[in-house]
Design a protein around this ligand. Structure first.
Ligand code: GMT
Length: 378
């Protein structure tokens, strides 16, 4: 079958977060190449706001009933996957984030029987490293990964972690996350650095969902150490359970007035290019899509040597990675860049180059397409 005639169903979490972003961008790119793409989820993915030819959205509406303490979304999603697969003749069901999507796809295949689409599961991170390995999910995660016709992981690190934690029977294909380097660019029209730093202070930026894995208080500790030595502002983008705790620490350290917390933002590509450095001191990252967005905007990353982040940021070239928890080393590396304009310029150029050479959407979307072909047996 010609690859442009392919019909692909995509299921992801539609909310902000790397796995939803990657799934949506992939769907958009496939649709642009002429494939028919069907998103199946409880909401329109947040980056899918405009009409795009070849792209469809199928909403999963969960029925509630007084008996249900927990409405069974998983079952309704599986039934919807089966309905859309049958109705539109899907060739592939590509699910992002194993839990519960891979299990739903398995059920959908069982409902359809003959002629069911091939299921590809993309592992993103905590679906393995945090949630998937929890005893309550472990057996179903392993079962649904092994029931998929194809499995991909977003980094070598995640592939290794998956193989260590589970008895995986098939090979896992590593396909790195990707970025539209034209959209995320140093040349992008920005909201204006002077809004954040009216006196020319250095701008440090962090974007995340402020979950515990992000070590949100470390962001403040590192910034406090930097602001002790040079005029600096910290711009926080996003929201999540640990944001308030981080801001409370900032109050205690006396740096709250140097922090601009923007909350959730849609167009981070208009904000990121204002930054001098991007801070990502996570406990664990299977990849670190926020870091890639920064690199693509020519912003070097200072972070911890955590998981797959070392595959994204080239330590000492497109930023620096230090030992997990070492706020002093992170501060020193940040100052090394912020106080030496020549060095900062070099790291900026290398950051942009790293994104273009290794993670541009063109090459990686082609990798997904050839993997689709492999799974389909073409
Ligand atoms: O796992 C999460 O908490 C969220 C998830 C997401 O949807 O953003 O993040 C994971 O997937 C991203 C996209 O592949 C990766 O860039 C993140 O590194 C990964 N998060 C973790 O591993 C903590």
């Amino acid at each position: 079958m010609s690859i442009n005639k392919l019909k692909v169903g995509i299921t992801c979490y539609p909310v902000r977060g790397g796995s939803g972003v990657v799934a949506t961008e992939l769907g958009l790119q496939l649709a642009q190449r002429g494939m028919e793409v069907h998103f199946i989820s409880y909401n329109t993915p947040f980056r899918l706001q405009e009409y795009v030819p070849n792209l469809f959205f199928h909403q999963v509406e969960v029925m509630n009933y007084p008996l249900f303490k927990y409405p069974p979304y998983t079952l309704t999603l599986a039934a919807k996957m089966a309905e859309v697969s049958r109705g539109w003749g899907l060739d592939i069901l590509h699910v992002h984030y194993a839990i519960p999507h891979a299990a739903c796809a398995y059920l959908a295949k069982g409902i359809i029987g003959e002629g069911a689409p091939r299921v590809i599961t993309t592992l993103h991170g905590t679906d393995i490293t945090l949630v998937g390995i929890d005893e309550s999910f472990k057996s179903i995660t392993e079962f649904s990964i092994n029931s998929s016709d194809g499995i991909t992981a977003v980094s070598d690190y995640l592939k290794t972690q998956t193989e260590r934690a589970f008895n995986v029977t098939d090979d896992i294909e590593v396909i790195y996350n990707f970025i539209d380097t034209a959209k995320f660019s140093p040349q992008m029209q920005t909201c204006g650095a002077q809004n954040f730093a009216p006196n020319g202070e250095k701008i440090i930026m962090h974007i995340s969902n402020f979950r515990p894995v992000k070590r949100s208080e470390d962001i403040i500790k590192i910034f406090d150490l930097i602001a002790d030595e040079i005029p600096a502002k910290l711009v926080l983008v996003g929201d999540g359970p640990d944001l308030a705790k981080a801001l409370t620490l900032a109050d205690r350290l006396g740096v709250r007035d140097k922090i601009i917390s923007l909350g959730t933002q849609n167009a981070v590509e208009n904000i990121l290019p204002c930054a001098d450095i991007f801070l990502l001191p996570s406990q664990e990252e299977s990849f670190g899509l926020g870091a890639l967005e920064a690199l693509s905007c020519g912003v070097p990353v200072i972070g911890y040597k955590a998981g797959g982040l070392v595959e994204v940021v080239e330590d000492g070239v497109s930023g620096f990675l230090v030992k997990i928890g070492d706020a002093v080393a992170a501060k020193e590396r940040a100052l090394e860049l912020l106080t030496d304009s020549e060095k900062l310029r070099y790291h900026r150029e290398q950051a942009r180059k790293r994104a273009i050479d290794n993670f541009d959407s063109g090459k990686l979307v082609e990798h997904y397409i050839s993997y689709y072909q492999k799974v389909l047996g073409n």
